[in-house]
Design a protein around this ligand. Structure first.
Ligand SMILES: Cc1ncc(COP(=O)(O)O)c(C=O)c1O
Length: 368
């Protein structure tokens, strides 16, 4: 199957094999080596001097951990959303009693740092700002460096969902002033779903000491004190950690800059291919993501039928739209190690599927 969803993604063979190893005692020395190696690798990919915690649970778990460990009920937070996952961050904060102010930008566009600056100037009570680096639902990457600068200039805590960017797109946790950064294993980390990661700056640890939101499973104080002994507080997803040890080595051996370049090349190829078919890209070109490409589904085409036929007739799995974009866009994932031929075949199948469905390209520039 050519799995072209924006996570989970196909797992390279050497990582799959590593994950099939026999279990070990998670309170023993072998696990200590495993978690210490992983933590070192994660710190390199996060580009942070602080520890990165490995939590067992999907990406949403690390988003929840980010909130409950830094905030208290009644705290004012600014949620900056450009799509479904930005909205989810706000929902989590609301569920735990934060006072959530919302700044939203039209889906398909990125955060405007100037608007963010003006908004923050009017909201002196904001304690933390929630930002999605790469909005998977719309295929947009925010300019986190500029956004982070505005938030740091305003002296606020910067809490980032980097679930579909970290390990694929340029990311500099410390240099960009990110206080808390959440990531998830099924994306560019090239392992199965089930692990999430969380970095905490010194400022975030100070916020943790003050934070009064309820927490137990996601308590990072426990996670950190166990990590200092080479353990996790709860039984971890050991099999995924085996795979992660290998995938981190692959990423670091390749060189992170090369990894970013490879994703840029994949993004360029998919956007060009989609244009050539005569389809319209959903995300503005200036902020189009290099891990997931969002594409308008033409009015004449029934989304479910097209995606269904790609799966059954061509063995290509492309994601549909989420929320209000359901039926309106499709999303082609290109994160991790994707052989060039898989992208070529996915684009070719998309063209054939559209031809079968009677699609007539509108654009004179479309080359088929
Ligand atoms: C940007 C972003 N945030 C959050 C999530 C939620 O992660 P999970 O489904 O692993 O809980 C995802 C997953 O698709 C994502 O892409």
């Amino acid at each position: 199957m050519n799995l072209r969803t924006p996570g989970p993604i196909p797992i390279p063979d050497e990582i799959l094999q590593a994950s099939a190893k026999q279990m070990i005692n998670h309170r023993g020395p072998e696990f200590q080596d495993l978690v210490n190696n992983i933590t070192q690798g994660l710190k390199q990919v996060y580009r942070t001097k602080n520890d990165v915690l490995t939590l067992t649970g999907s990406g949403t778990g690390s988003m929840e951990a980010a909130i409950v460990n830094t905030l208290s009920p009644g705290d004012t937070v600014l949620s900056v959303s450009i799509g479904v996952f930005g909205d989810r961050f706000a929902q989590i904060a609301e569920a735990y009693g934060a006072r959530v102010e919302k700044l939203t930008f039209p889906w398909g566009t990125a955060i405007d740092p100037n608007v963010l600056k003006e908004t923050l100037e009017k909201m002196p009570n904001v304690k933390a700002v929630l930002v999605t680096h790469n909005e998977t639902s719309t295929g947009v990457t925010n300019d986190l460096e500029s956004v982070g600068k505005v938030i740091k200039d305003a002296d606020k805590l910067l809490i980032v969902d980097a679930i579909s960017s970290l390990s694929s797109l340029p990311f500099y946790t410390d240099d960009w002033g990110c206080d808390v950064v959440a990531a998830g294993s099924q994306k560019g980390w090239m392992v199965a779903p089930g692990l999430s990661f969380l970095s905490m700056s010194e400022r975030a640890w100070s916020a943790f000491k003050e934070s009064r939101m309820p927490k137990f499973y996601w308590d990072v104080g426990k996670a950190k004190s166990y990590l200092d002994r080479g353990q996790t507080p709860w039984t971890p997803a050991i099999a995924i950690m085996y795979g992660l040890e290998v995938s981190l080595k692959m990423l670091i051996d390749e060189g992170l800059d090369n990894v970013y370049d490879r994703h840029k090349a994949m993004g360029d190829k998919v956007r060009e291919g989609v244009n050539n078919i005569g389809l319209e890209l959903f995300a503005a070109e200036s902020c189009a993501s290099n891990t997931v490409t969002s594409v308008h589904i033409p009015d004449s085409i029934e989304a479910k039928e097209l995606l269904g036929s790609l799966r059954t007739d061509y063995d290509v799995v492309i994601a549909g739209g989420q929320g209000s974009l359901d039926g309106k866009i499709m999303r082609i994932g290109h994160m991790g190690y994707v052989p060039d031929k898989d992208l070529t075949e996915a684009l070719g199948s998309l063209k054939s599927g559209l031809d079968k469905a009677g699609f007539q390209p509108k654009y004179s520039g479309a080359r088929g």
